[in-house]
Design a protein around this ligand. Structure first.
Ligand code: COA
Length: 170
């Protein structure tokens, strides 16, 4: 499937239907959009997926709100979006890219780990504290946020490697 991933233009409307698919809290979605950069996946000029990248701390970014239109799920678009986010963070010389998902989000946990993320911690009761409605997925109550991250080599390290190999070759 030939999809094109690009930054959402400032004058374009954010794809709220998709953003809310990833996070039912409108308040959280608006906050992410205001703080981060939204990237969209387009297929035949239609938005079929999106994610938001937020700078959270020096050298650290978080991938939030990733979603693919239900009609297009299971076709590899989610994986493409995650790999795109990893590349964008690398280009910005980011050292750690983080992501968080629910304890009940079994498929998402598999997907992030397939893309190289590793579990770093658990934000216990996150969803109980911050969400009014009970969330049930895969027959499991979503109570805790599983935190995952991937360490990135960054531009500097890549440059360093190039210099070292040049030195070795001379
Ligand atoms: N069961 C098992 N594995 C699954 C799966 C399922 N239902 N759905 C996806 N996967 C696996 C695939 O096996 C694939 O691995 P592979 O490449 O090794 O075969 C991998 O996940 C990637 O699948 P992909 O087709 O790229 O995912 P997608 O386009 O369906 O997007 C989501 C994944 C999570 C973005 C999408 O399902 C979605 O929008 N969900 C609703 C919103 C959401 O939950 N967002 C995340 C919040 S943390």
């Amino acid at each position: 499937m030939d999809i094109d991933i690009r930054m959402l233009d400032k004058n374009e409307r954010a794809p709220y239907d998709l953003l809310l698919l990833a996070d039912p809290s409108e308040e959280a979605v608006r906050d992410y959009i205001a703080r981060g950069i939204c990237y969209i996946a387009c297929y035949k000029e239609q938005i079929v997926g999106e994610y938001v990248l937020i700078k959270t701390r020096p050298l650290t970014m978080e991938l939030v709100n990733i979603a693919v239109d239900e009609k297009y799920q299971g076709k590899g678009i989610g994986k493409k979006l995650i790999l795109h986010a990893i590349n964008k963070a690398k280009q910005d010389n980011i050292k750690v890219l983080e992501v968080g998902t629910g304890n009940s989000s079994i498929d998402q946990l598999a997907l992030y780990q397939k893309c190289g993320f590793r579990i770093t911690g658990i934000d216990r009761d996150f969803f109980k504290i911050h969400y009014n409605k009970k969330i049930i997925e895969n027959g499991i109550e979503c109570t805790d946020m599983i935190r995952l991250s991937i360490e990135l080599p960054g531009k500097e390290k890549v440059e360093e490697k190039k210099i070292t190999s040049k030195v070795k070759n001379t």
